[in-house]
Design a binder for this molecule. Structure first.
Ligand SMILES: Cc1cc2nc3c(=O)[nH]c(=O)nc-3n(C[C@H](O)[C@H](O)[C@H](O)COP(=O)(O)OP(=O)(O)OC[C@H]3O[C@@H](n4cnc5c(N)ncnc54)[C@H](O)[C@@H]3O)c2cc1C
Length: 401
């Protein structure tokens, strides 16, 4: 490969850090620019682990999968009365967004990770890209990788595309072993649980708490309860936090208005299998994420490209967004290596496969969402297309230790 490129990666989460690490390893001069002034923390966001998600740890670090994730034994569906409606063996690994982030961040140099850098402007010519950050910094780069998530400024500047709302939100939360009854803990630990209700559904699974030394120090069960909320006053009110601030896509833990939390808990008692109702009503600071997706006409323009949720954003039903984000980073790093760091031609070649992969996931998860949140009976537990991961025909994506 020819000499190192000066690279800006915008967004310092899972996609951005994986990209930063890979391009650093290839000998490029990489800087990651993250909007947040604080160390990122994602309260209670569970992630099902697939091979691309943890490939960097497995191939290039001494961090073991058991240090950042948990194993499971089965997948189950609970009926309204709490009985097991369907059950099958399953060996998915579970982690928390925090655990992955903490592991990746520990492998990337502090002096190349710049907080309080919010991308606001991009201009490019044949020789390079000029970036402007809202805080006043500027820089010129050979390659810019935008990994700035679902509301990507890069995606908007390049293609004018914003994410669109699916028609439902996810209520999310978590509870520890000491907070749940022993029976409920026993039934929800070690497995992935579905509760499919009339036109909504809930999923629950255990996730680890990872300590400062990157090791599992505890476990909790997290849930996402997907509820249909039409666009309009009801949605606007729900997405207004308890200080009166309208939130574009999510209301963080502790900021959801009390009356919505109370109504949600009462609905859980009324509608759910008792184990899941206990989990939902025990979680003390539930939070809300509006479920959105986004398609794009292309992933690259000149020397600038999009990866992860900044590129194609898929709904979470295949649990594969992080896997796609990391797969985008790996394939881009390979394309650059194969092209001898000829940026424009590498991006052109790379985007064909990456866009195909992203769109396949987008369409599959739209279909899953419509079956899960639509008329009752459209979701069958034994349907093989329900599986998690980027590609249902390749179950090797599941991570093995
Ligand atoms: C309910 C739910 C459940 C999910 N479950 C799973 C799962 O089980 N498995 C799985 O693989 N995926 C799952 N996902 C998807 C997964 O969380 C995302 O796909 C993944 O986090 C995307 O990573 P990313 O790095 O592309 O974006 P993000 O994690 O969103 O990171 C974007 C980063 O960019 C920063 N940023 C934003 N704007 C700017 C700017 N202008 N300038 C600089 N920085 C900026 C942000 O602060 C953030 O740090 C789930 C998603 C949801 C909503």
């Amino acid at each position: 490969m020819s000499g190192g490129l000066r690279v800006a990666v915008v967004g310092g989460s899972l996609a951005g850090l994986t990209m930063g690490l890979l391009l650093r390893d290839s000998g490029h001069d990489v800087h990651v620019f993250e909007r947040s002034p604080e160390l990122l923390e994602g309260l209670g966001a569970g992630i099902i682990v697939h091979e691309p998600t943890v490939r960097y740890f497995v191939e290039r670090s001494s961090i073991a999968l058991d240090d950042i994730s948990l194993t499971s034994e089965r997948l189950q569906y609970l009926a309204r009365d709490g009985s097991v409606q369907h059950e099958e063996p399953s060996d998915y690994r579970f982690t928390a967004w925090n655990s992955l982030f903490r592991g990746l961040r520990s492998l990337f140099e502090d002096d190349r990770y710049h907080r309080s850098h919010t991308l606001s402007g991009i201009d490019q010519d044949a020789d390079g890209v000029d970036l402007r950050f809202a805080e006043g910094h500027e820089g010129r780069f050979d390659l810019v990788v935008c990994a700035d998530g679902v509301n990507s400024v890069g995606r908007q500047r390049l293609f004018g595309v914003r994410a669109s709302y699916s028609g439902y939100v996810g209520w999310r939360g978590l509870a520890g072993e000491d907070e749940l009854s022993p029976e409920t803990w026993q039934e929800l630990d070690n497995c992935f649980t579905y509760g499919v209700l009339d036109d909504e559904h809930i999923v629950a699974y255990p996730i680890p708490t990872v300590g400062q030394d990157i090791n599992v120090v505890g476990r909790r069960v997290n849930f996402t309860w997907y509820r249909n909320v039409a666009v309009g006053p009801e949605y606007d009110e729900l997405l207004t936090d308890r200080t009166g601030l309208p939130r574009p896509l999510s209301v963080p833990a502790g900021l959801v208005q009390d009356r919505f939390v109370a109504a949600m808990r009462a609905d859980a008692e009324r509608l759910m299998p008792p184990q899941l109702a206990e989990l939902v009503t025990t979680a003390h600071a539930p939070f809300i994420t509006a479920i959105v997706d986004a398609d794009v006409p292309a992933l690259a323009s000149g020397r600038v490209c999009l990866i992860g949720d900044a590129a194609v954003t898929a709904r979470p039903h295949a649990a594969a967004g992080s896997a796609k984000a990391c797969a985008d980073a790996w394939s881009l790093a390979h394309a650059l290596e194969n092209s001898g760091s000829e940026v424009v031609s590498a991006l052109e070649t790379w985007q064909v496969g990456a866009l195909r992969r992203g769109r396949a996931l987008l369409h599959r998860t739209r279909d899953m969402g419509e079956r899960l949140q639509g008329a009752p009976g459209r979701w069958r537990p034994d349907d093989p297309t329900n599986r998690f991961g980027l590609d249902v025909s390749r179950q090797r994506e599941r991570a093995t230790p």
